[in-house]
Design a protein around this ligand. Structure first.
Ligand code: ADP
Ligand code: MG
Length: 267
């Protein structure tokens, strides 16, 4: 039997991923796998390569980066293994924002300030789904309800600056899940939010992940947040994965001094 055609339990596998900017190697042979419906956390201090890892998966790396030969991002595309790094730009666009979606730390930079929130989500839906404008609008309202935005009709018409940080992040989450992605990458999704709003946003993400049985890569510099959301974790340090495994075991029995430090300095 063709191995690539069998039912696979994983959704994405990053293999031997190395990336440099000029002489400086910023990702050093990264390896990990995310299973279906599993949430993998990536933790590490600022500059350790967390965002770059997610940008490579999204094919959004800046053009001055070099991905080393031998790097692979294997994606389970309807039980066929494809290497995202060898796809054409056209094929990547079909997967990005459709099968793989991402939310970023700062929702303001991801939303267009001059377009109404509802229209932005609607545009993203119409890009990937064959719906009429009316159906797309109905879907936006349903999604806004789903992410628990108050008064979805008002939010639909609002411009981003009229919403709070937490509401903008919910609009971004609605956009990200609009295509029912198999994998959601959340890069520090609550870091820019008020502490009181952070927990509600995390709870929402967890709820959506479970309801849709999505796989998720959840990036944070805070191991406490990771432990709350994820089953598995990668600890990154200066472009290396220095420790990985079950979050609870790592919390109870960290092997690396760096990880012990992360645990000790939790707020
Ligand atoms: P993290 O998300 O863990 O804070 P990043 O993945 O953003 O870290 O960055 C990892 C390293 O790559 C940092 O040293 C950063 O300065 C470098 N880097 C990121 N993007 C670029 C770029 N476009 N050009 C040059 N260096 C970059
Ligand atoms: Mg980052």
């Amino acid at each position: 039997m063709d191995v690539a055609e069998t039912q696979q339990s994983w959704i994405i596998e990053v293999k031997n991923l190395s990336v440099s900017f000029g002489e400086k190697q910023v990702l050093k042979n990264i390896n990990f796998k995310v299973n279906k419906a599993e949430t993998l956390g990536i933790v590490g201090e600022s500059g350790s390569g967390k965002s770059l890892t997610s940008l490579v998966i999204m094919s959004l790396l800046s053009p001055n980066a070099t991905i080393h030969a031998g790097s692979e991002i294997l994606f389970n595309h309807h039980n066929k293994t494809i290497n995202l790094l060898s796809l054409s730009q056209e094929d990547i666009r079909k997967i990005r924002g459709n099968e793989i979606a991402m939310i970023f730390q700062e929702p303001m930079t991801s939303l267009n300030p001059s377009l109404r929130c509802g229209e932005q989500v609607e545009e993203s839906i119409l890009l990937h789904q064959k719906l009429s404008k009316k159906e797309a609008k109905e879907k936006v309202i349903r999604l806004f309800n789903k992410v628990k935005l108050p008064n979805p009709e008002r939010i639909y018409k609002a411009y981003p600056h009229e919403l709070s940080g937490g509401q903008k992040q919910r609009v971004m989450i609605a956009m990200a899940i609009s295509c029912e992605p198999k994998l959601l990458i959340a890069d520090e999704p609550t870091t820019a939010l008020d502490v009181t709003v952070q927990k509600a946003t995390l709870d929402l993400l967890k709820e959506l992940q479970q309801e849709h049985q999505m796989s998720m890569i959840f990036i944070s510099h805070d191991l406490g947040v990771i432990a709350n959301v994820c089953e598995e974790v990668l600890v990154m340090f200066r472009g290396d994965v220095i420790e990985k495994g079950n979050v609870k075991s790592i919390f109870e029995n960290p092997k690396e001094n760096y990880t012990k430090g992360l645990i000790a300095c939790r707020p």
